[in-house]
Design a protein around this ligand. Structure first.
Ligand SMILES: Nc1nc2c(c(=O)[nH]1)N[C@H]1C(S)=C(S)[C@@H](COP(=O)(O)O)O[C@H]1N2
Ligand SMILES: [Mo]
Length: 317
C-alpha cells in the first residue's frame, strides 16, 4: 500500500529527505556558523566568495508556528509511550516492529445518523489530507515537535452525522494481546480508551494522524491511525484506534480509571496546575539541554481557550 502523501505534488520529505532535517542543536549550530560567515562576507574581500557555505535559505529546517524546530525522525521513533508494548520508552520501537497494521478497520458508531466501518485505505484518501507540525507535551514533563500527516477528526465526524444527543466522542485502541504483550498486564484496564467532548473533537487542531515526516505511521507512534490533540497532555492522543463511538455519556479513560487524582478527563496542558507528584511549570524538550517553560494549552490557547470559557482552569480536571 502506498501512502497518499506519496502522490501529493509536493511534500516536505520529497524536497529534503528526513535524515537531513536538522535537530534543534544542529540548527542552532548551523545558524550560528552561517550568521558568522554572513557577517564575514559583508566586510570580506571578493576572493572570499566561492568558499562561502550554502546560503541559509537552503537549510532544510521544519519548524512549528512558534519557530521551534521539529525533532528528528530518530528522536520521534525511538522514545515512545505505548504501554501495550512496554512501559520502557526505548523498548517500544523494537517490540512493535512486527505489529500487524493491515488489514485494519475503524468502526464509527453510536449516536450518529450514518454509522460506518472504514477500511484504512479509504481513510487515507477520502478526506483532505493535512500536514501539521505540532508540539507534543507528555504529562511526564518532556516534549517534542512532530510533523504529522493526517486529516481533521471533524471531517470524519461530519461524514457520520452525529445526532443532536451526541455530546462526547469515545476512542478505543485495538485489543490484541498476542501481539501486544503489555496487554497481558492486569494492572491496566485494556483496551486503552480515551475521550473528548464533541466540541473539542470538532476543533480544527484535532487530527487523526496516519503518518509522520511523510512516511506511513511507524508502529511505535500508533500505526495505522492515531489521534493527535496538541493542546492536551500526550496521553489523550490515543494510538492504533479501531473504534470511535459518539455518546451522551462522558467516556471512561484508561488513565483516569487507573489514577483519577492524577489524570483528569480534560487534561489540558496547564503550567499552573501541578501533577500531584511533580511540577508542570516547565518541560524537557527532547534534544535540548535546558528546560523550557510550559505554555498554557501547550501554546494553542488562541484556538482552544473558548472551549473552556466556563471552567475554572485553576482546578485539576
Ligand atoms: N494506545 C495507547 N495510546 C497512547 C499511549 C499508550 O500507552 N497507549 N501513550 C500516550 C502517551 S502517555 C503519549 S505521551 C503519547 C506518545 O506518543 P508518541 O510515542 O507518538 O510520541 O501517546 C499516547 N497514546
Ligand atoms: Mo504521555
Amino acid at each position: 500500500m502506498t501512502h497518499p502523501l506519496k502522490s501529493m505534488p509536493v511534500r516536505p520529505s520529497e524536497i529534503t529527505p528526513k535524515d537531513v532535517y536538522l535537530s534543534r542543536r544542529d540548527f542552532i549550530k548551523a545558524a550560528g556558523i552561517l550568521a558568522g560567515s554572513a557577517a564575514l562576507a559583508a566586510c570580506a574581500p571578493a576572493e572570499a566568495e566561492g568558499t562561502s557555505p550554502a546560503p541559509a535559505q537552503n537549510l532544510p529546517v521544519l519548524t512549528d508556528e512558534l519557530g521551534d524546530p521539529a525533532n528528528t525522525f530518530d528522536e520521534i521513533t525511538k522514545y515512545n509511550n505505548y504501554y501495550e508494548f512496554s512501559t520502557n520508552k526505548e523498548a517500544v520501537a523494537p517490540l512493535s516492529k512486527n505489529f500487524t497494521t493491515s488489514p485494519w478497520t475503524l468502526e464509527v458508531t453510536g449516536m450518529v445518523g450514518k454509522p460506518k466501518t472504514f477500511g484504512i485505505e479509504d481513510l487515507l484518501t477520502m478526506f483532505p489530507q493535512v500536514d501539521r507540525i505540532y508540539r507534543l507535551r507528555c504529562v511526564e514533563a518532556w516534549s517534542m515537535v512532530i510533523p504529522w500527516n493526517g486529516f481533521p477528526l471533524a471531517s470524519l465526524l461530519k461524514q457520520v452525522e452525529p445526532t443532536s444527543d451526541a455530546q462526547y466522542v469515545r476512542f478505543e485502541t485495538v485489543y490484541r494481546p498476542e501481539e501486544m504483550k503489555g496487554q497481558g498486564s492486569a494492572f491496566y484496564p485494556w483496551p486503552y480508551q480515551e475521550g473528548l467532548r464533541l466540541d473539542e473533537a470538532m476543533n480544527d487542531l484535532a487530527i487523526l494522524a496516519t503518518g509522520l515526516y511523510g512516511e506511513m505511521m511507524p508502529s511505535q507512534n500508533g500505526a495505522p491511525i492515531r489521534l493527535v490533540v496538541p493542546w492536551k497532555y500526550g496521553f489523550k492522543s490515543i494510538k492504533s484506534i479501531v473504534k470511535i463511538e459518539l455518546t451522551d455519556k462522558r467516556p471512561e479513560t484508561l488513565w483516569s480509571t487507573v489514577a483519577p487524582n492524577e489524570y483528569g478527563f480534560y487534561a489540558n496542558v496547564n503550567p499552573n496546575v501541578d501533577h500531584p507528584r511533580w511540577s508542570q511549570a516547565s518541560e524537557r524538550r527532547i534534544g535540548e539541554l535546558t528546560r523550557r517553560e510550559t505554555l498554557m494549552f501547550n501554546g494553542y490557547g488562541e484556538q482552544v481557550a473558548d472551549l473552556y470559557a466556563d471552567m475554572d482552569l485553576s482546578l485539576h480536571y
